[in-house]
Design a protein around this ligand. Structure first.
Ligand SMILES: CC(=O)SCCNC(=O)CCNC(=O)[C@H](O)C(C)(C)COP(=O)(O)OP(=O)(O)OC[C@H]1O[C@@H](n2cnc3c(N)ncnc32)[C@H](O)[C@@H]1OP(=O)(O)O
Ligand SMILES: O=CC(=O)O
Ligand SMILES: [Mg+2]
Length: 532
C-alpha cells in the first residue's frame, strides 16, 4: 500500500494506532528535517568513507591541529537541567512495551529507550516503540501478558526517559522523499520529539536524547542545527532539547572537546559506549597489522587503550561542566545462584573501575543488576552527591594519541574464533527475526557486541593471524568452522527452533560480509535489506 502524505512516500502497512504516530503534523516535520538536513547527512557519510580510506592507507587517528583553539580555550557547556543531575544508574533496553514499563520501574534513575543497538528496526517495532514511549511519558502505559496472568503499569516514581535514536548511517527504507530513503535518525528524532515535548515540558522535564555512533565534530554540528531548527519551529528556548553523545567510535575520541563545543547549548554528557568503541577500533585500524585485537573476552576496560579512553572522557567532560557516563558490562543475571554471584562480582568490579575513573553514572542491561550498580555509584560519591562533576581526577594527566591507540595484548584462540562465529550467527539470526538484543552464553548481545565478533573474524583472516594452537586463520578455515558451529548451535537450541529460525540467511550474510575485501561498514546495513 502506498500512502502519500505531502512530500513523503510511505511504503508500508500502517495500523490505526500507528496512524496517530504518523500524523500529518509529524510527517510534515519529518519531511522538513529531511529536506533541510538530508543532504548534509549524506555528505557526512561520504566524509566518513574518505577518512576511512586515509586510515586504510596507513594514517592513524589523531587530535586535529585545526581545532587546537577549541581544546585549549576556556569554556563550558550551557548547563544541566535538575532532572539530569542524578544519572547514577541508567538501564537500557529496546522499546518493547513490557520492557519499557519494567525499565522505568527498575531501581535506576534513567531509562535509555533504544532505537539503536538493542532494536532490530522493523517498521512495526519502530512505530510501536514510539507509541510505547509516548504512553510512558503520559504515564498511561500498561501491558497484560498474553496469558492474562501478569499486568504491568508504572510505579509512582518511574525513572526519567531518554530516547536513543538510530545512528546517522541508517536509512528508513519505508519512507522516501523525492524517491530517496530518508534518515532513520531524523525519523526517530522527529517522532519522539513531536509526540512528547509538550508532555515533558509541562512535567518540568524536556525532550532528552542519546546520540549514537558520531564520528566527528561536524556530525555534532549537524545535530546542533537540527535541534536549533526544531526549537525555533516549535517556539522553544534554545537549549530545551538536551543530548548525551556516545563516544563510541575511535575517530570521535579525538574530538570530544569539539563535539561538546559544537553542541554546547544542548549537550549535558558524553558516554563511553565501549562495545561500539572496540568495534570502531577494529574497523578504523582494519588495515593496521600491529593493531589486530585478541579474543573478545580479553578486551576489557582495564586494557590500557580502553582505560585511557575512559579517563580522557571523564577529564574532558568535567573540564567542560558535562557529565561523564560509563558504559555497559555485558554480564547478565543467571537463575543459578552460584553463577549469579559470580556475575554480580564481575559487574561490581566493572562499576567500581568506572566510578574510580571518575564517571558520574553507569549503564546496566537488566533490572537484576541495578541495586549492585546503584550501591557502587552511591558509595563512590562524597557528601551524598549524585555525581562527581567537581572531581577533577585526571586533570593533570596527558592522555596521548599513542595511549588511545595502544595495541591490545592477549591470545587469539580457536575457541575464541569459534565463539565469535556462534555469537555472530545467533545474533544476526535473532536480529533478522526482529530481536535486537538477546542473551547468548550468559552475555547480553546487541548490534555493537556482535559487530566485534564478526569484525574480529574478518581481521584475523585479513592479517593471516595464527591461533594459539598453530592453526592459520584463512577464509577456508572460517568456512569449515562456520559449517561446524552451525551444527553446534543446532544441537544447542534444538531442531524445532533451528528449523523455524532464519539461520540459513544469517549464515549466508555472515559468510558474505566475512569474505569481502574491504570491511563491511555495519552489519546492520546489508542486514536491513533482509528485514521487513
Ligand atoms: C552496547 C550497547 O548498546 S548496550 C545497550 C543496548 N543493550 C541493551 O539495552 C540490553 C537490554 N537488555 C535486554 O534486552 C535483556 O536484559 C537481555 C536480552 C540481555 C536478557 O534478556 P532475558 O534473558 O530475557 O532476561 P530475563 O528473562 O532475565 O528477564 C527477566 C525480567 O526482566 C525484564 N528485563 C530484562 N532486561 C530488561 C531491561 N533491559 N529493561 C527492562 N526490563 C528488562 C524482562 O522483561 C523480564 O520481565 P518479566 O519478569 O516481567 O517478564
Ligand atoms: O552503545 C553502547 C556501546 O557500548 O556500544
Ligand atoms: Mg553503541
Amino acid at each position: 500500500m502506498n500512502i502519500h502524505r505531502h512530500a513523503l512516500d510511505i511504503r508500508a502497512e500502517v495500523t490505526q494506532a500507528q496512524q496517530e504516530i504518523l500524523s500529518n503534523e509529524a510527517m510534515l516535520f519529518v519531511a522538513d528535517l529531511e529536506q533541510l538536513f538530508g543532504t548534509s547527512r549524506l555528505q557526512l557519510l561520504e566524509d566518513r568513507a574518505e577518512r576511512q580510506s586515509r586510515m586504510n592507507a596507513g594514517e592513524r587517528p589523531d587530535f586535529l591541529p585545526e581545532t587546537l583553539h577549541v581544546r585549549q580555550s576556556d569554556w563550558t557547556i550551557k548547563g544541566i537541567p535538575t532532572d539530569l543531575l542524578d544519572r547514577r544508574v541508567e538501564i537500557t533496553g529496546p522499546t518493547d512495551r513490557k520492557m519499557v514499563i519494567n525499565a522505568l520501574n527498575a531501581n535506576v534513575k534513567v531509562f535509555m529507550a533504544d532505537f539503536e543497538d538493542a532494536l532490530s528496526p522493523t517498521w512495526d517495532q519502530l512505530l510501536d516503540g514510539q507509541i510505547n514511549l509516548r504512553d510512558a511519558n503520559l504515564g498511561t502505559i500498561e501491558y497484560t501478558s498474553p496469558d492474562g496472568q501478569k499486568h504491568y503499569s508504572l510505579n509512582p516514581a518511574p525513572a526519567l526517559l531518554i530516547c536513543r535514536v538510530r545512528g546517522l548511517h541508517l536509512p528508513e527504507k519505508h519512507v522516501r522523499l523525492n524517491g530517496r530513503e530518508i534518515s532513520g535518525s531524523f525519523f526517530d528524532f522527529a517522532l519522539y520529539f513531536i509526540h512528547n515535548f509538550k508532555t515533558l515540558i509541562s512535567n518540568g522535564s524536556g525532550p532528552y536524547f542519546y546520540l549514537p555512533k558520531l564520528q566527528s565534530y561536524q556530525e555534532a554540528r549537524l545535530w546542533n542545527d537540527v535541534f536549533k531548527y526544531t526549537e525555533r519551529r516549535y517556539g522553544l528556548p534554545v537549549g530545551t532539547i538536551k543530548a548525551t553523545v556516545l563516544i563510541e567510535t575511535l575517530p570521535a575520541v579525538f574530538e570530544m572537546d569539539e563535539i561538546l563545543f559544537e553542541l554546547k547549548d544542548h549537550i549535558v554528557a558524553l558516554n563511553c559506549g565501549r562495545w561500539d568503541y572496540i568495534f570502531s577500533y577494529i574497523k578504523t585500524l582494519q588495515n593496521h597489522p600491529d593493531r589486530v585485537l585478541p579474543d573478545r573476552q580479553g578486551v576489557t576496560m582495564d586494557q590500557p587503550f580502553l582505560s585511557a579512553y575512559s579517563r580522557l572522557l571523564v577529564q574532558t567532560c568535567h573540564k567542560r561542566g558535562a557529565m561523564a557516563m560509563g558504559g555497559m558490562s555485558a554480564f547478565i543475571p543467571s537463575r543459578d545462584p552460584l553463577r549469579n554471584e559470580w556475575v554480580l562480582g564481575k559487574v561490581r568490579a566493572d562499576k567500581q573501575l568506572e566510578a574510580s575513573n571518575g564517571h558520574d553514572g553507569t549503564w546496566v542491561a537488566h533490572p537484576g543488576l541495578a541495586d549492585t550498580a546503584m550501591q557502587i555509584f552511591t558509595d563512590a560519591f562524597e557528601h551524598n552527591n549524585t555525581h562527581q562533576l567537581n572531581v577533577k581526577r585526571h586533570d593533570h594527566e596527558v592522555v596521548t594519541a599513542d595511549m588511545l591507540l595502544a595495541p591490545c595484548s592477549g591470545e587469539r584462540t580457536e575457541e575464541g574464533m569459534r565463539s565469535n562465529i556462534r555469537v555472530a550467527l545467533q545474533y544476526i539470526e535473532a536480529w533478522l527475526c526482529g530481536n535486537g538484543c538477546v542473551p547468548i552464553y550468559g552475555l547480553m548481545e546487541d548490534a555493537a557486541t556482535a559487530e566485534i565478533s564478526r569484525t574480529s573474524i574478518w581481521q584475523w583472516i585479513r592479517h593471516g593471524k595464527t591461533l594459539s594452537n598453530g592453526r592459520l586463520v584463512t577464509f577456508e578455515l572460517f568456512q569449515d568452522m562456520l559449517a561446524e558451529e552451525l551444527l553446534v548451535v543446532r544441537s544447542e537450541i534444538g531442531e524445532q527452533r533451528f528449523c523455524n529460525g532464519r539461520f540459513a540467511a544469517a549464515a549466508d550474510l555472515l559468510e558474505r560480509i566475512t569474505s569481502q575485501d574491504e570491511l563491511e561498514e555495519f552489519l546492520t546495513l546489508p542486514g536491513y535489506q533482509l528485514l521487513d
